[in-house]
Design a binder for this molecule. Structure first.
Ligand SMILES: [Mg+2]
Length: 387
């Protein structure tokens, strides 16, 4: 097969069940912050992807991008995604357009895998692992509630946890911050991995470098594996200073998009761990290039994965293909992760996830389950008739 023509690309915005973000302006049920994407082809093969942006804006971006992807060859993800990036430069190089291209690119890799009968991870260059440890990502809460939540997910088999956002730092109470982390560490157990995410990309983050330095010292006492987004998202110099002085590894990068944006952060030494989001940066093609670029600088790539089961599937395949990527993010208790696949992801006895080994992303959406979250799930399974 030389060519598979893209006949349409559709988006299904997800509504109603977005987990709380711990944001200053909290997510409401009628907000859409994620969309699923389907790329339909003339051979009847459909690829699936995920986008971390309001689904209604994704639908608008698809209208803008349509002349560029209509009739394109669905077997060439990197070239087609690059064509979309290169020809939309004047719309800002980033933001909704780049987020939407992410979902298209993920779907094109899914198609290439389905056509070649290979898992995406192998198409990315080879398989370093067949399973990966998910860390359970949880919203920071008051200490007793935090302990109860971590204990509940530990009972479900998770052995790695990240707590973030909510009152941490925002309550302007360092004692409370420490009490929350202590409660989480005690509930997780001494041998569990524990990470802390300040979420300083939130609106009006109230702290600077000195807070981050003191807090990093406190986190070291609880054997915290990384300190994520401890500073405002544009504070490149402070990130570099913090990384030099903190014993706890510094993580960030979830708000950056496009591979080019990562270059100064990597070359100047801002991060120990870089966390691009495959559903925002430009998809698997872009994420792979960022991951390898980071590797050249000795920075570990562990993707940001606060999105959907399709985003998680993409993260798993990238983890298969990257030598150092031994963790994926897994939102604790999100219906968009646990409730949209015909066979949901399951932990094994040691708290790991198997990387799907079927063709493409290796996962199937369940139309009946999806109907709870999006008004027209059918557009993901067959192209709608257009006049
Ligand atoms: Mg984060």
């Amino acid at each position: 097969m030389q060519r598979l023509k893209i006949t349409s690309i559709e988006a299904a915005p997800l509504f109603g069940e977005s987990p709380k973000g711990g944001w200053s302006t909290e997510i409401k049920p009628d907000d859409s912050i994620h969309a699923l994407i389907a790329v339909h082809t003339d051979a009847g093969i459909t690829g699936l992807g995920s986008v971390f942006t309001d689904g209604r804006m994704v639908q608008a971006a698809l209208q803008v991008l349509r002349p560029l992807f209509d009739g394109e060859n669905a077997l060439e993800p990197e070239r087609v995604a690059e064509k979309l990036h290169q020809n939309t430069f004047w719309m800002g190089r980033g933001g909704v357009i780049t987020h939407t291209i992410s979902g298209i690119d993920i779907a094109l890799w899914d198609i290439l895998g389905k056509v070649t009968h290979q898992p995406v991870g192998r198409l990315l260059g080879g398989t370093y692992r067949h399973r990966v440890q998910p860390y359970c990502s949880l919203l920071m809460e008051e200490p007793q509630q935090m302990a109860d939540t971590v204990a509940a997910f530990r009972a479900r088999g998770f052995r790695a946890f990240k707590i973030g956002w909510g009152p941490f730092g925002r309550a302007l109470d360092p004692k409370l911050d420490e009490t929350i982390v202590r409660a989480a560490r005690e509930a997780a157990g001494d041998t569990a991995k524990l990470f802390v995410d300040a979420g300083a990309s939130d609106a009006y983050w109230p702290h600077g470098l000195k807070w981050a330095l003191r807090t990093a010292q406190m986190l070291d006492d609880f054997d915290v594996g990384w300190f994520e987004e401890p500073l405002r998202p544009d504070a490149l110099d402070d990130y570099c200073a913090l990384r030099l002085q903190s014993r706890v590894p510094i993580a960030g990068g979830e708000v950056l998009t496009r591979r080019q944006s990562f270059l100064p952060w990597l070359s100047r030494g801002a991060f120990d761990i870089v966390q691009p989001d495959v559903t925002k940066v430009g998809g698997i093609s872009e994420q792979r290039r960022i991951a390898w670029l980071a590797d050249e600088f000795g920075v570990k790539y562990i993707g940001h994965g606060w999105n959907t089961a399709l985003g998680l599937a993409a993260d798993l395949h990238l983890a298969a293909a990257m030598p150092q990527t031994d963790l994926v993010e897994f939102i604790g208790g999100s219906p968009y992760v646990d409730g949209i696949l015909s066979e949901p992801f399951m932990l094994d006895d040691e708290g790991y996830l198997a990387i799907p080994d079927g063709p493409g992303l290796g996962v199937q959406l369940d139309p009946a389950k999806l109907a709870r979250f999006t008004p027209n799930p059918e557009v993901l399974f067959a192209p709608p008739k257009r006049r």
